[in-house]
Design a protein around this ligand. Structure first.
Ligand SMILES: Cc1cc2nc3c(=O)[nH]c(=O)nc-3n(C[C@H](O)[C@H](O)[C@H](O)COP(=O)(O)OP(=O)(O)OC[C@H]3O[C@@H](n4cnc5c(N)ncnc54)[C@H](O)[C@@H]3O)c2cc1C
Length: 417
């Protein structure tokens, strides 16, 4: 006798979406989650006395994002981040001129057009960096944003085809109370067993058996939502082994990103308006640390360290990330500016977290097809992989994770009819 129709491994966004869909279809469901909380890479911290998302923050491509309507259905207000944003770019310690700003805008436009055009051409896949415009005064800054910051890894190591397929567009909305809190609400009441990492999955028979320190659990179908780096590290032993899944997971590594918040010490707002998004001009290969001061009017600075610098900082510990941020604030606003913040920073830990081991996925050069391999149902739908890495265009987002979980559930529901 099976313990349930459908077992979901992992209670992140994909797992929550899959479990909700399977329950709605009348299946008995169990969810096994390694951590002592649900939500995975969506987590809102409140230790500063206000919500701060340590992971997923924006509802990207909000018009096509299933969580937009779900948030509205729960009565959660959504702020338009782009409308709120006051942008300031620095060249050294001075503010950008109007002419430079126009050239910077043009470089953003040229980047997207060139990437899309080049990706549409036939021929072998290349690194996204090879297709990106180069040599202009703002090209390196746009490349740093698009690679190390937004994709969380340098464009030199990312597949052009996959990068173009997953370029985001549309509105970016901020749920009141945090995106992590929204995800936690969407997972409320699900049959989740926490602190139950699955170590082995025997899936070859008519029913699958998940095993770990929690014991064992039998199910007619399984949806596995582990991050690709966790899968690639062999943290879940698949029996029989699935070399094509292991390869797809290897080919879709997670980049690295650290989110940091510094809380204001007093009333000094450094002469900056609310929701003030700052960056600075960088040279080729140089790191860029975007800092938003007073996001949504809150008394803090929120920054992002992405790519190999995030790996390095994560290894060194939270003080290293805080030092980087304070140095960046000083470089933009003067050596006394960091004094406007209390000592100690809130620093995310995704890079070293054993249940994530990174930020979100990109495809290695030549491996754009790996997402479809990972997303393809196996054993007639009795074993499905899901998660952000499985979505062809919204990979790396909660929207992609949610839709991928729902799709995997459709296969598992059909397989357990
Ligand atoms: C710093 C950062 C910022 C981001 N910003 C945004 C953003 O603004 N907007 C956006 O849309 N997306 C953003 N993302 C990406 C977004 O968070 C992810 O795409 C999404 O949350 C992934 O959901 P998932 O269900 O695929 O994976 P996860 O959330 O990783 O869920 C997988 C679950 O599996 C569990 N697990 C792992 N191993 C085991 C095991 N052996 N047994 C059982 N359970 C296990 C994990 O604990 C986890 O809960 C960001 C991510 C990071 C890290």
């Amino acid at each position: 006798m099976s313990d349930c129709d459908i077992l979901v491994i992992g209670a992140g966004v994909a797992g929550i979406a899959a479990a909700r869909a399977a329950i709605a279809a009348g299946r008995s469901v169990r969810v096994l989650e390694a951590r002592d909380r649900i939500g995975g890479r969506a987590l809102t911290d409140t230790s500063l006395g206000l919500p701060f998302d340590l992971g997923a923050t924006w509802l990207h491509d909000a018009e096509h994002n299933p969580l937009t309507d779900l948030a509205r259905g729960l009565g959660i207000a959504l702020a338009d981040s782009d409308a709120l944003r006051n942008e300031i770019t620095f060249v050294g310690d001075r503010r950008i001129t109007k002419a430079e700003d126009a050239a910077y805008d043009a470089a953003w436009g040229a980047f997207e057009t060139t990437i899309r055009d080049r990706a549409a051409q036939p021929g072998p896949d290349i690194a996204a960096a090879e297709a990106a415009p180069q040599g202009g005064p703002w090209d390196a800054t746009v490349a740093a944003w698009q690679g190390r910051v937004i994709a969380a890894w340098p464009l030199e190591a990312i597949s052009l085809r996959d990068f173009a397929a997953t370029l985001l567009s549309g509105a970016n909305l901020l749920p009141e109370g945090g995106l992590g809190a929204l995800v936690a609400r969407l997972g409320e009441g699900l049959p989740v067993t926490l602190a139950a990492p699955v170590e082995r999955l025997r899936w070859g028979g008519t029913e699958a058996v998940a095993e770990g320190a929690f014991g064992s659990l039998r199910a007619r179908a399984v949806i596995c939502t582990l991050p690709t780096t966790v899968l690639a590290a062999g943290a879940l032993r698949l029996d029989p082994a699935l070399p094509e899944i292991a390869q797809a997971a290897e080919d879709l590594p997670l980049g690295a990103a650290i989110k940091i918040a510094l809380a204001a010490k007093g009333a000094d707002r450094l002469g900056l308006p609310d929701h003030c998004s700052t960056d600075r001009q960088v040279g080729p290969g140089e790191d860029l640390i975007p800092i938003t001061f007073w996001p949504q009017g809150r008394p803090l600075a929120s920054a992002w360290i992405g790519g190999p610098l995030a790996v390095e900082a994560a290894r060194e510990g939270p003080q290293a990330a805080e030092s980087l941020l304070r140095a960046e604030i000083a470089a933009r606003l003067g050596t006394r500016a960091p004094d406007a913040f209390r000592p100690g920073a809130l620093v995310s830990g995704w890079v070293t977290d054993p249940w994530t081991r990174g930020a979100y996925s990109h495809a290695r050069i030549g491996a754009a097809g790996a997402r479809a391999v990972l997303a393809a149902p196996l054993a007639g739908g009795r074993l499905c992989f899901a998660g952000e890495a499985c979505h062809p265009s919204l990979a790396g987002t909660v929207a992609g994770a949610w839709l991928s979980g729902g799709r995997a559930a459709e296969h598992a529901i059909a397989a357990t009819a």
